[in-house]
Design a protein around this ligand. Structure first.
Ligand SMILES: Cc1ncc(COP(=O)(O)O)c(C=O)c1O
Length: 438
């Protein structure tokens, strides 16, 4: 087991209170199955699949073996003008996994890069189709689409945006879908709020749809606090996009690969977008990788002109990195053999019962669940939004449970291998902690 380093100074940690962390570090040094081990030898139950990514749990043999075999065989191959078999094998396998004709795959290294890729493809697609004026992008308040400029711009989390100037031009946002008190403590899709999809019509009127390239939404908003779309909302977005020739992008970076109890949110909601962004669960979080699923009609539109010409001036040094491809193939094998892409469906009711059992606690303002996701919203301390949930986070960690917080929401998304007894441990722990936080 690694020793705690003496100097924590040089590493500038992402999305972290660096000084508070370095004053009282929480160091993970090992992981297996449902648990992490800390450097002081404690077992921590993983209530968040790392960062919504280790869907098959930790240290899974098929994945680690595939990676070590691949590193020995071929560590890297150039991504441009050269291929390697596993990239094609993986793309074909992913295409089969996704319903409909979302059957062309572009590889990236993260969710953020998948989002940038999808936004660029949408604008370029309209241009090659003779509609170069379609450049506007529509996101949604409270959306999270990664930390790069495009994703930050279509994203709708104020803290992530406010320090970074004017962002990408030509972006607008639909209203978020949260806040109707009739939807409190909802166990799946809220009954109220489908009419919020009409907000897209408002933006179409304002900007004229002929100027809009694409709408991007997370099917379930995760990072900003677990917001499940009202029943019929995504379908209605699809209809409005179709009516106006606008592309619809689902950002499935967290909902993809079994999180909702179906392989993708596309399956769960029965709505087929034009592009789907993924990452995280694609490789079980083990090696960075993302993938954009593209409708055949979009892909084929680019495959014109002289065959020797590059069709899309976009890509990354590590697009389809061979080790990442091996990790993804090992991950898909694991998902398939253990039925993990649909396992959440059989646990969802138990999970929801356990989560909603916290409803009686005085600090709990709302609980939202879907598949193997839960958001437990706490009432905020006066003038200190987020402080109460973070206090709960620290107490959970001390008690051996990893949760995530955003604002005053405790967000849970365990590995899909979780057993019922471990679900009980998660919510028993949180109950105990919520009785202790001020
Ligand atoms: C919906 C969504 N999109 C994009 C991202 C960004 O992914 P990454 O951190 O891999 O860049 C995230 C990360 O949480 C996400 O939840």
């Amino acid at each position: 087991m690694s020793e705690r380093p003496n100097n924590l100074d040089a590493y500038w940690m992402p999305f972290t209170a660096n000084r508070a962390f370095k004053a009282a570090p929480r160091m993970m040094v090992a992981a297996k199955g449902m648990h992490y081990t800390t450097d002081d030898g404690r077992n921590i139950l993983d209530g968040t699949a790392g960062l919504w990514c280790c869907n098959a749990g930790h240290a899974r043999p098929k994945i680690t073996e595939a990676i070590s075999r691949q590193v020995r065989e071929m560590d890297y191959a150039p991504a441009f003008q050269v291929g390697h078999p596993k990239a094609f094998e993986l793309a074909a396998r992913l295409a089969r996994l996704m319903p409909g004709t979302l059957d062309h795959i572009f590889f990236t290294n993260s969710g953020s890069e998948s989002v940038e890729t999808a936004l660029k493809m949408a604008i370029a697609y309209h241009r090659i189709n003779g509609q170069a004026e379609r450049v506007r992008l529509i996101g949604r308040e409270r959306g999270y689409h990664g930390a790069n400029f495009g994703g930050m711009s279509v994203g709708g989390m104020p803290a992530n945006r406010k320090m970074f100037g004017t962002l990408v031009a030509g972006v607008d946002h639909m209203r978020h879908t949260h806040g109707d008190p009739r939807n409190l403590f909802c166990r799946s899709e809220p009954e109220h709020g489908v009419e919020l999809a009409e907000d897209l019509e408002r933006l179409c009127t304002l900007h004229d749809p002929s100027n809009i390239a694409a709408v991007i939404v997370e099917p379930v908003q995760g990072s900003s606090g677990v917001f499940v779309p009202p029943r019929g909302y995504l379908k209605r977005l699809r209809e409005i996009c179709d009516q106006h020739g606008i592309l619809l992008i689902f950002d499935e970076v967290i909902t993809g690969f079994g999180r909702l109890g179906a392989p993708f949110a596309v399956d769960y909601f029965g709505v087929e977008p034009d592009l789907v962004t993924t990452a995280k669960g694609l490789t079980n979080g083990v090696i960075p990788m993302g993938a954009v699923f593209v409708q055949k009609k979009i892909h084929d539109a680019f495959m014109k002109g002289p065959p020797a010409a590059i069709e899309l001036f976009h890509g990354y040094t590590n697009s389809a990195n061979p080790v990442a491809c091996a990790a993804a193939l090992g991950t898909l094998d694991t998902y398939e053999e253990e039925g993990l892409l649909t396992r959440g469906a059989s646990l969802a009711a138990y999970w929801a019962d356990a989560a909603h059992s916290l409803r009686d606690l005085p600090l709990v303002a709302d609980i939202r669940t879907l598949g193997l996701i839960a958001g437990i919203e706490l009432t905020s301390l006066d003038g200190k939004v987020g402080a109460r949930a973070f206090d709960a986070y620290l107490k959970c960690f001390a008690a051996g449970l990893l949760v995530r917080t955003t604002g005053d929401v405790i967000a849970l998304s365990p590995p899909l291998i979780i057993e019922k007894a471990q679900i009980d441990i998660i919510f028993d722990n949180i109950r105990t902690v919520l009785k202790q936080v001020p």
